[in-house]
Design a binder for this molecule. Sequence first.
Ligand SMILES: *Cc1c(COP(=O)(O)O)cnc(C)c1O
Length: 373
Amino acid sequence: MFVSIPLLDLKAQYQAIKEEIDQAVFRVLESARFIFGPEMKTLEEEIAAYCGTRHAIGVANGTDALVLALRALNIGPGDEVITTPFTFFASAETVANVGAKPVFVDIDPLTLNIDVEKIEAKITARTKAIIAVHIFGQMANMDKVMALAQKYNLKVIEDAAQAIGAEYRGQKAGSYGNVGTFSFFPTKNLGAYGDGGMVVTSDDQVAEKIRMLRFHGCKTKYYHEEIGYNSRLDEIQAAILRVKLRYLDDWNAARRAKALVYDELLAPLAEAGKLLLPGRDPEAKHIYHLYVLRFTEREKIIKALNVKGIASGIYYPVPLHLQKAFAYLGYRPGDLPFAEEACSQALAVPCYPELTLKQQEEIVETIREACEE
Ligand SMILES: *Cc1c(COP(=O)(O)O)cnc(C)c1O
Protein backbone atom coordinates (compact mmCIF):
# COMPACT_ATOMS: atom_id res chain seq x y z
CA MET A 1 0.00 0.00 0.00
CA PHE A 2 1.26 3.47 -0.94
CA VAL A 3 1.16 5.64 2.18
CA SER A 4 3.15 8.78 1.34
CA ILE A 5 4.93 10.00 4.49
CA PRO A 6 7.37 12.91 4.21
CA LEU A 7 10.53 13.30 6.30
CA LEU A 8 9.00 16.45 7.78
CA ASP A 9 5.50 17.92 7.33
CA LEU A 10 5.76 21.71 7.29
CA LYS A 11 2.37 22.06 5.59
CA ALA A 12 0.61 20.40 8.51
CA GLN A 13 2.57 22.58 10.94
CA TYR A 14 1.54 25.77 9.13
CA GLN A 15 -2.12 24.71 9.00
CA ALA A 16 -2.11 24.23 12.79
CA ILE A 17 -0.80 27.75 13.54
CA LYS A 18 -1.86 29.57 10.36
CA GLU A 19 -3.90 32.28 12.02
CA GLU A 20 -1.11 33.40 14.34
CA ILE A 21 1.52 33.22 11.62
CA ASP A 22 -0.58 35.19 9.14
CA GLN A 23 -1.27 37.86 11.76
CA ALA A 24 2.42 38.15 12.58
CA VAL A 25 3.38 38.53 8.92
CA PHE A 26 0.66 41.13 8.29
CA ARG A 27 1.76 43.04 11.40
CA VAL A 28 5.20 43.45 9.80
CA LEU A 29 3.79 44.31 6.37
CA GLU A 30 1.67 47.04 7.89
CA SER A 31 4.50 48.40 10.01
CA ALA A 32 6.66 48.69 6.87
CA ARG A 33 9.74 48.00 8.99
CA PHE A 34 11.54 45.10 7.40
CA ILE A 35 15.12 45.19 8.66
CA PHE A 36 16.54 45.87 12.17
CA GLY A 37 13.19 46.52 13.81
CA PRO A 38 11.25 45.57 16.94
CA GLU A 39 10.51 41.95 15.92
CA MET A 40 14.17 40.95 15.73
CA LYS A 41 15.00 42.84 18.90
CA THR A 42 12.20 41.13 20.82
CA LEU A 43 13.07 37.72 19.39
CA GLU A 44 16.67 38.26 20.52
CA GLU A 45 15.45 38.92 24.06
CA GLU A 46 13.17 35.88 23.96
CA ILE A 47 15.89 33.56 22.66
CA ALA A 48 18.41 34.81 25.23
CA ALA A 49 15.85 34.18 28.00
CA TYR A 50 15.04 30.75 26.54
CA CYS A 51 18.69 29.70 26.37
CA GLY A 52 19.74 31.32 29.64
CA THR A 53 22.36 33.57 28.05
CA ARG A 54 22.89 37.33 28.48
CA HIS A 55 22.79 38.03 24.76
CA ALA A 56 21.26 36.76 21.54
CA ILE A 57 22.09 38.33 18.19
CA GLY A 58 19.99 37.75 15.09
CA VAL A 59 21.90 36.98 11.89
CA ALA A 60 21.14 35.87 8.35
CA ASN A 61 21.62 32.09 8.78
CA GLY A 62 23.36 29.42 10.84
CA THR A 63 26.47 29.49 8.69
CA ASP A 64 26.95 33.23 9.24
CA ALA A 65 26.36 32.64 12.94
CA LEU A 66 29.44 30.36 12.95
CA VAL A 67 31.57 32.78 10.92
CA LEU A 68 30.66 35.66 13.23
CA ALA A 69 31.36 33.54 16.30
CA LEU A 70 34.80 32.59 14.98
CA ARG A 71 35.62 36.18 14.01
CA ALA A 72 34.42 37.53 17.35
CA LEU A 73 36.72 35.07 19.13
CA ASN A 74 39.61 36.32 16.96
CA ILE A 75 40.14 33.01 15.20
CA GLY A 76 41.88 33.29 11.86
CA PRO A 77 44.98 32.39 9.83
CA GLY A 78 47.49 30.21 11.69
CA ASP A 79 44.87 28.89 14.12
CA GLU A 80 43.51 25.36 14.39
CA VAL A 81 39.94 24.53 15.35
CA ILE A 82 38.97 21.05 16.47
CA THR A 83 35.61 19.67 15.38
CA THR A 84 33.73 16.59 14.25
CA PRO A 85 33.75 15.16 10.71
CA PHE A 86 30.18 13.88 11.12
CA THR A 87 28.12 17.03 10.61
CA PHE A 88 26.81 19.43 8.00
CA PHE A 89 29.60 21.00 5.94
CA ALA A 90 29.15 24.49 7.46
CA SER A 91 30.57 23.38 10.84
CA ALA A 92 34.04 23.20 9.25
CA GLU A 93 33.58 25.29 6.10
CA THR A 94 33.30 28.38 8.28
CA VAL A 95 36.61 27.57 10.00
CA ALA A 96 38.30 27.51 6.59
CA ASN A 97 36.44 30.66 5.56
CA VAL A 98 37.98 32.70 8.38
CA GLY A 99 41.41 31.39 7.34
CA ALA A 100 41.89 28.82 10.09
CA LYS A 101 42.47 25.07 9.79
CA PRO A 102 39.81 22.52 10.73
CA VAL A 103 41.19 19.53 12.67
CA PHE A 104 38.86 16.55 12.73
CA VAL A 105 38.45 14.19 15.68
CA ASP A 106 36.57 10.91 15.26
CA ILE A 107 33.12 10.42 16.75
CA ASP A 108 31.76 8.32 19.57
CA PRO A 109 30.07 5.43 17.73
CA LEU A 110 27.20 5.45 20.23
CA THR A 111 26.08 9.12 20.18
CA LEU A 112 27.72 10.07 16.84
CA ASN A 113 28.99 13.26 18.54
CA ILE A 114 32.69 14.14 18.77
CA ASP A 115 34.58 11.59 20.92
CA VAL A 116 35.73 13.76 23.82
CA GLU A 117 38.34 11.15 24.78
CA LYS A 118 40.14 11.71 21.47
CA ILE A 119 40.27 15.52 21.50
CA GLU A 120 43.32 15.93 23.74
CA ALA A 121 45.63 14.05 21.36
CA LYS A 122 44.82 16.56 18.59
CA ILE A 123 45.51 19.71 20.63
CA THR A 124 48.64 21.59 19.49
CA ALA A 125 50.18 24.98 20.23
CA ARG A 126 48.05 26.36 17.38
CA THR A 127 44.71 25.05 18.66
CA LYS A 128 42.45 27.97 19.52
CA ALA A 129 38.98 26.51 19.77
CA ILE A 130 36.68 23.50 19.77
CA ILE A 131 33.44 23.53 17.81
CA ALA A 132 31.12 21.07 19.53
CA VAL A 133 28.27 20.11 17.19
CA HIS A 134 25.13 18.70 18.82
CA ILE A 135 24.32 16.26 16.08
CA PHE A 136 20.69 15.39 15.34
CA GLY A 137 19.58 17.27 18.48
CA GLN A 138 21.62 15.45 21.14
CA MET A 139 24.25 17.51 22.88
CA ALA A 140 27.90 16.53 22.90
CA ASN A 141 29.47 15.81 26.30
CA MET A 142 29.85 19.46 27.30
CA ASP A 143 31.33 18.74 30.73
CA LYS A 144 34.35 17.12 29.09
CA VAL A 145 34.57 19.71 26.31
CA MET A 146 34.53 22.59 28.81
CA ALA A 147 37.07 20.86 31.08
CA LEU A 148 39.48 20.45 28.15
CA ALA A 149 38.91 24.05 27.08
CA GLN A 150 39.77 25.24 30.56
CA LYS A 151 42.87 23.04 30.80
CA TYR A 152 44.27 24.23 27.46
CA ASN A 153 42.81 27.75 27.43
CA LEU A 154 40.66 27.14 24.34
CA LYS A 155 37.45 28.82 23.22
CA VAL A 156 34.31 26.75 22.74
CA ILE A 157 31.67 27.30 20.08
CA GLU A 158 28.54 25.18 20.21
CA ASP A 159 27.10 24.56 16.76
CA ALA A 160 23.56 24.08 18.05
CA ALA A 161 21.90 24.42 14.63
CA GLN A 162 20.11 21.11 15.20
CA ALA A 163 19.65 21.43 18.95
CA ILE A 164 17.60 24.45 20.03
CA GLY A 165 15.97 23.43 23.31
CA ALA A 166 18.22 20.42 23.87
CA GLU A 167 19.93 20.12 27.25
CA TYR A 168 22.99 18.57 28.84
CA ARG A 169 22.68 17.95 32.60
CA GLY A 170 19.67 20.29 32.59
CA GLN A 171 21.48 23.19 30.90
CA LYS A 172 20.41 24.47 27.48
CA ALA A 173 22.32 24.04 24.22
CA GLY A 174 24.21 27.18 23.32
CA SER A 175 24.77 28.28 26.91
CA TYR A 176 27.82 26.15 27.74
CA GLY A 177 30.45 27.49 25.37
CA ASN A 178 31.78 31.01 24.83
CA VAL A 179 29.32 31.25 21.95
CA GLY A 180 26.40 29.16 20.71
CA THR A 181 24.98 29.28 17.20
CA PHE A 182 21.54 28.42 15.85
CA SER A 183 20.06 28.03 12.39
CA PHE A 184 16.44 28.79 11.56
CA PHE A 185 16.59 27.01 8.20
CA PRO A 186 12.98 25.91 7.53
CA THR A 187 13.58 22.24 8.37
CA LYS A 188 15.26 22.87 11.75
CA ASN A 189 13.24 22.31 14.95
CA LEU A 190 12.65 26.07 15.08
CA GLY A 191 12.38 26.94 11.40
CA ALA A 192 11.72 30.24 9.64
CA TYR A 193 10.00 30.63 6.27
CA GLY A 194 13.31 31.46 4.69
CA ASP A 195 16.81 31.82 6.11
CA GLY A 196 17.66 32.93 9.62
CA GLY A 197 20.17 32.39 12.40
CA MET A 198 21.10 33.47 15.93
CA VAL A 199 24.25 33.72 18.01
CA VAL A 200 24.01 33.47 21.80
CA THR A 201 26.65 34.36 24.36
CA SER A 202 26.97 35.61 27.92
CA ASP A 203 30.21 37.47 27.15
CA ASP A 204 29.43 41.20 26.79
CA GLN A 205 32.50 41.93 24.68
CA VAL A 206 31.89 39.05 22.28
CA ALA A 207 28.25 40.12 21.94
CA GLU A 208 29.27 43.69 21.13
CA LYS A 209 31.74 42.48 18.52
CA ILE A 210 29.18 40.22 16.85
CA ARG A 211 26.64 43.07 16.73
CA MET A 212 29.28 45.19 15.05
CA LEU A 213 30.47 42.53 12.61
CA ARG A 214 26.97 41.63 11.43
CA PHE A 215 26.47 45.29 10.49
CA HIS A 216 29.51 46.00 8.28
CA GLY A 217 31.78 46.47 11.27
CA CYS A 218 29.89 49.59 12.44
CA LYS A 219 29.09 50.74 15.93
CA THR A 220 27.76 54.00 14.49
CA LYS A 221 26.28 53.97 11.01
CA TYR A 222 28.81 54.90 8.29
CA TYR A 223 31.73 54.69 10.75
CA HIS A 224 33.40 51.32 10.13
CA GLU A 225 35.71 49.98 12.84
CA GLU A 226 36.42 46.66 11.14
CA ILE A 227 35.78 44.74 7.95
CA GLY A 228 32.50 43.03 8.73
CA TYR A 229 29.52 41.43 7.01
CA ASN A 230 25.95 42.11 6.05
CA SER A 231 24.16 39.47 8.09
CA ARG A 232 20.75 40.17 9.54
CA LEU A 233 17.54 38.43 10.43
CA ASP A 234 14.65 40.23 8.74
CA GLU A 235 11.49 41.34 10.52
CA ILE A 236 9.13 38.93 8.75
CA GLN A 237 11.25 35.93 9.72
CA ALA A 238 11.66 37.24 13.27
CA ALA A 239 7.89 37.70 13.66
CA ILE A 240 7.26 34.16 12.38
CA LEU A 241 9.92 32.75 14.70
CA ARG A 242 8.39 34.54 17.70
CA VAL A 243 5.12 32.69 17.07
CA LYS A 244 6.89 29.37 16.60
CA LEU A 245 9.15 29.78 19.64
CA ARG A 246 6.05 29.53 21.84
CA TYR A 247 5.41 26.04 20.44
CA LEU A 248 9.00 24.82 20.44
CA ASP A 249 8.94 22.97 23.77
CA ASP A 250 5.69 21.20 22.86
CA TRP A 251 7.05 20.25 19.44
CA ASN A 252 10.32 18.97 20.93
CA ALA A 253 8.35 16.97 23.51
CA ALA A 254 6.25 15.48 20.70
CA ARG A 255 9.39 14.49 18.79
CA ARG A 256 10.76 12.83 21.93
CA ALA A 257 7.52 10.91 22.33
CA LYS A 258 7.63 9.70 18.69
CA ALA A 259 11.24 8.64 19.19
CA LEU A 260 10.24 6.59 22.22
CA VAL A 261 7.53 4.86 20.19
CA TYR A 262 10.07 4.00 17.49
CA ASP A 263 12.49 2.70 20.13
CA GLU A 264 9.84 0.33 21.46
CA LEU A 265 8.51 -0.81 18.09
CA LEU A 266 12.01 -1.34 16.68
CA ALA A 267 13.51 -2.99 19.78
CA PRO A 268 13.01 -6.56 18.51
CA LEU A 269 14.82 -5.73 15.26
CA ALA A 270 17.62 -4.09 17.20
CA GLU A 271 17.90 -7.13 19.45
CA ALA A 272 18.03 -9.38 16.39
CA GLY A 273 20.98 -7.33 15.11
CA LYS A 274 19.11 -5.99 12.07
CA LEU A 275 19.66 -2.34 12.93
CA LEU A 276 21.07 0.04 15.53
CA LEU A 277 18.77 2.40 17.41
CA PRO A 278 19.92 5.99 18.07
CA GLY A 279 22.48 5.88 20.91
CA ARG A 280 21.78 8.07 23.93
CA ASP A 281 23.93 9.83 26.45
CA PRO A 282 21.86 9.59 29.67
CA GLU A 283 22.92 13.15 30.61
CA ALA A 284 21.57 14.61 27.36
CA LYS A 285 17.98 15.63 26.64
CA HIS A 286 17.69 14.74 22.96
CA ILE A 287 15.26 16.80 20.85
CA TYR A 288 15.39 14.56 17.76
CA HIS A 289 15.99 17.02 15.00
CA LEU A 290 16.43 13.72 13.20
CA TYR A 291 15.73 10.15 14.33
CA VAL A 292 18.64 8.27 12.82
CA LEU A 293 18.88 4.49 12.60
CA ARG A 294 21.86 2.52 11.34
CA PHE A 295 21.66 -0.36 8.89
CA THR A 296 24.45 -2.43 7.37
CA GLU A 297 22.31 -2.88 4.23
CA ARG A 298 20.94 0.64 4.01
CA GLU A 299 20.10 0.65 0.28
CA LYS A 300 17.64 -2.21 0.69
CA ILE A 301 15.76 -0.31 3.40
CA ILE A 302 15.67 2.97 1.45
CA LYS A 303 14.24 1.12 -1.54
CA ALA A 304 11.53 -0.62 0.47
CA LEU A 305 10.49 2.66 2.13
CA ASN A 306 10.56 4.43 -1.21
CA VAL A 307 8.22 1.91 -2.84
CA LYS A 308 5.59 2.82 -0.21
CA GLY A 309 6.17 6.55 -0.54
CA ILE A 310 7.95 6.82 2.82
CA ALA A 311 10.73 9.39 2.78
CA SER A 312 14.07 8.75 4.43
CA GLY A 313 17.33 10.66 4.38
CA ILE A 314 21.05 9.96 4.50
CA TYR A 315 22.72 12.27 7.03
CA TYR A 316 25.55 12.40 6.02
CA PRO A 317 26.82 10.47 3.00
CA VAL A 318 30.44 11.69 3.20
CA PRO A 319 32.38 12.59 6.36
CA LEU A 320 33.94 16.06 6.18
CA HIS A 321 37.56 14.83 6.30
CA LEU A 322 36.94 12.98 3.02
CA GLN A 323 35.13 15.81 1.23
CA LYS A 324 36.84 16.97 -1.95
CA ALA A 325 36.88 20.55 -0.66
CA PHE A 326 39.03 19.41 2.29
CA ALA A 327 41.40 17.23 0.25
CA TYR A 328 44.16 19.81 1.00
CA LEU A 329 44.06 18.75 4.64
CA GLY A 330 45.47 15.35 3.61
CA TYR A 331 43.10 12.91 5.32
CA ARG A 332 42.73 9.38 3.90
CA PRO A 333 39.92 6.80 4.11
CA GLY A 334 40.35 4.88 7.35
CA ASP A 335 41.69 7.88 9.31
CA LEU A 336 38.43 8.43 11.24
CA PRO A 337 36.77 5.03 11.04
CA PHE A 338 33.70 5.61 13.23
CA ALA A 339 32.66 8.70 11.27
CA GLU A 340 33.17 6.79 8.02
CA GLU A 341 31.13 3.85 9.26
CA ALA A 342 28.30 6.15 10.41
CA CYS A 343 28.21 7.75 6.95
CA SER A 344 27.79 4.35 5.34
CA GLN A 345 25.01 3.22 7.70
CA ALA A 346 22.96 6.19 8.96
CA LEU A 347 19.39 6.66 7.81
CA ALA A 348 16.89 9.19 9.14
CA VAL A 349 13.24 8.15 9.15
CA PRO A 350 10.25 10.51 9.56
CA CYS A 351 10.05 11.88 13.12
CA TYR A 352 8.09 15.10 13.51
CA PRO A 353 5.33 16.33 15.84
CA GLU A 354 2.43 15.67 13.43
CA LEU A 355 3.46 12.07 12.66
CA THR A 356 0.72 9.64 13.73
CA LEU A 357 1.07 6.30 15.50
CA LYS A 358 -0.45 4.62 12.47
CA GLN A 359 2.19 6.15 10.23
CA GLN A 360 4.93 5.07 12.62
CA GLU A 361 3.57 1.50 12.61
CA GLU A 362 3.53 1.57 8.81
CA ILE A 363 7.16 2.71 8.72
CA VAL A 364 8.26 0.10 11.24
CA GLU A 365 6.39 -2.66 9.40
CA THR A 366 8.08 -1.67 6.14
CA ILE A 367 11.50 -1.74 7.79
CA ARG A 368 10.72 -5.13 9.36
CA GLU A 369 9.71 -6.64 6.03
CA ALA A 370 12.81 -5.25 4.32
CA CYS A 371 15.08 -6.56 7.10
CA GLU A 372 13.60 -10.04 6.82
CA GLU A 373 13.86 -10.23 3.04
C1 LIG B 1 21.81 23.67 9.28
C2 LIG B 1 23.17 23.62 9.87
C3 LIG B 1 24.10 24.66 9.75
C4 LIG B 1 23.91 25.83 8.83
O1 LIG B 1 22.78 26.56 8.98
P1 LIG B 1 22.21 27.45 7.76
O2 LIG B 1 21.14 28.25 8.40
O3 LIG B 1 21.71 26.50 6.72
O4 LIG B 1 23.32 28.30 7.26
C5 LIG B 1 25.30 24.57 10.45
N1 LIG B 1 25.59 23.50 11.19
C6 LIG B 1 24.74 22.46 11.32
C7 LIG B 1 25.12 21.31 12.19
C8 LIG B 1 23.52 22.47 10.65
O5 LIG B 1 22.70 21.43 10.77
